[in-house]
Design a protein around this ligand. Sequence first.
Ligand SMILES: *[C@@H]1O[C@H](CO)[C@@H](O)[C@H](O)[C@H]1NC(C)=O
Ligand SMILES: *[C@@H]1O[C@H](CO)[C@@H](O)[C@H](O)[C@H]1NC(C)=O
Ligand SMILES: *[C@@H]1O[C@H](CO)[C@@H](O)[C@H](O)[C@H]1NC(C)=O
Ligand SMILES: *[C@@H]1O[C@H](CO)[C@@H](O)[C@H](O)[C@H]1NC(C)=O
Ligand SMILES: *[C@@H]1O[C@H](CO)[C@@H](O)[C@H](O)[C@H]1NC(C)=O
Ligand SMILES: *[C@@H]1O[C@H](CO)[C@@H](O)[C@H](O)[C@H]1NC(C)=O
Ligand SMILES: *[C@@H]1O[C@H](CO)[C@@H](O)[C@H](O)[C@H]1NC(C)=O
Length: 394
Amino acid sequence: MGFSLSQRALVVLAVIICTLTQYAKTQSSQEAQLQAWASSPEVKVGYSVQLIERNPTIDGNNFTVTYTSEAENLALAYCINYVCKVPETRRARSGRSYIFSFKVPHDATKSLLLFSAQKGDYQRYLWIKLDNNGTESLSQTVDSAELQDILINPPEEAVYNPGENVTVKVGFQYPIDHNKKSPMNTRREVFWRAVLCDIKKQKILKDLWSRDLIKLIPLPPEKEYKNLKGNRTYIIKTSTRPVSGYLQFAQKLTLPSNIRLWLSQLYVVRPANQNGPYPDGFIWTSGSYRNESCKYGQTCVEKCSFIGADLTGVDVKEVLPDGTEGDVPTKRYAAPVIFYNQGGFWNHLKAIFWWVHAQRGANDSQDVLTYKCFAFDRTYGNNKTEVVQVQLTD
Ligand SMILES: *[C@@H]1O[C@H](CO)[C@@H](O)[C@H](O)[C@H]1NC(C)=O
Ligand SMILES: *[C@@H]1O[C@H](CO)[C@@H](O)[C@H](O)[C@H]1NC(C)=O
Ligand SMILES: *[C@@H]1O[C@H](CO)[C@@H](O)[C@H](O)[C@H]1NC(C)=O
Ligand SMILES: *[C@@H]1O[C@H](CO)[C@@H](O)[C@H](O)[C@H]1NC(C)=O
Ligand SMILES: *[C@@H]1O[C@H](CO)[C@@H](O)[C@H](O)[C@H]1NC(C)=O
Ligand SMILES: *[C@@H]1O[C@H](CO)[C@@H](O)[C@H](O)[C@H]1NC(C)=O
Ligand SMILES: *[C@@H]1O[C@H](CO)[C@@H](O)[C@H](O)[C@H]1NC(C)=O
């Protein structure tokens, strides 16, 4: 039974974080004012993956991961074809590291590791795409110098007074520069994105290269995209257009073994008179109504994602032909509960997904399946729904 996951849906979390938008701007005249850089952020959400090993067994590849952590609230999970589990970790014999292992069936097409730690609304999120295509042993070390944090100033969030512009300084420094192909065959991409809310219009601004965003923050020359370097200053023109939300600074590293790591730092921009990244009661969905399709014989992944001030819950129900709402037994949240317990970012961007098995049989007459997603902001007593109609096709 073939999963039709590949083109239809990226990993849900990646979608939340990566449907955002990027742009950047060099302001060399500002470079002189960057003394403040010297003080690196005091955000204690540090952790790093040191070693990923793959050992084949008859029924799957056994992956063993070694990592270190100084984070107070590290959440981690491994996900096989969208099903995420929290591993049992143990201390390595050497003392400071931790180890966990898990088995990935040979036919699994998606296998990932998720790490998240945060302080307030600042989040440092790492996801790793494993390579399950092969039955040889593999041992990939990850040099922690390769994935150091991008320095951001102010370090946790950028707060502005209404009527003023806000300035964010970012130091893209890499101990090892992989922008060009290195002898080690490691490749690096660096970029930034945004999920901002226009506070007056209560509208999300995130589309890449959209006129709205270019006006808000001038875009860099296109050739610089994914290749940002040095100390940069971004002036967000909040004086004319108040916005708030997240900026995401991301580094993507492709290792020789074809393992890929994405390190994202999520960073809040907000006006001083607003408590969090989004205005009270704000809930955004990509649309109130959406059509999807799924071929008979396939298993498709459907999803709904929401952005909001304080999303306390998301859910999905199947709308049956008689109009009643039934449970969706295959529904999953984007990450295990341990992630949501971290609060912050996890309260603001939430997704739910589920599988649709497009089977012929008893329901031949019903070739459209209807689902309704809900998101709640219980603090404000607000909610939003999104209807997804899945057309079953030949
Ligand atoms: C996977 O490998 C680790 C380390 O060699 C071992 O401790 C563990 O028992 C193995 N797990 C499975 C499921 O084979
Ligand atoms: C798996 O690896 C083989 C050999 O390297 C390659 O030809 C194939 O395209 C890979 N498959 C996927 C799905 O990446
Ligand atoms: C904000 O920046 C814009 C564009 O650089 C500028 O025209 C405007 O005067 C600035 N506003 C304030 C209050 O500094
Ligand atoms: C950026 O700022 C830091 C700290 O002030 C400095 O050490 C570094 O050399 C600067 N980098 C560039 C490329 O100017
Ligand atoms: C969804 O499909 C229906 C029936 O095919 C069509 O009438 C409608 O315009 C579609 N809606 C969207 C938003 O694409
Ligand atoms: C067939 O329809 C019934 C009633 O609408 C529903 O409970 C059941 O899940 C459906 N089966 C499939 C395979 O969609
Ligand atoms: C959602 O909000 C509407 C008002 O906007 C309210 O009528 C409805 O009862 C709410 N639904 C739920 C499930 O809370």
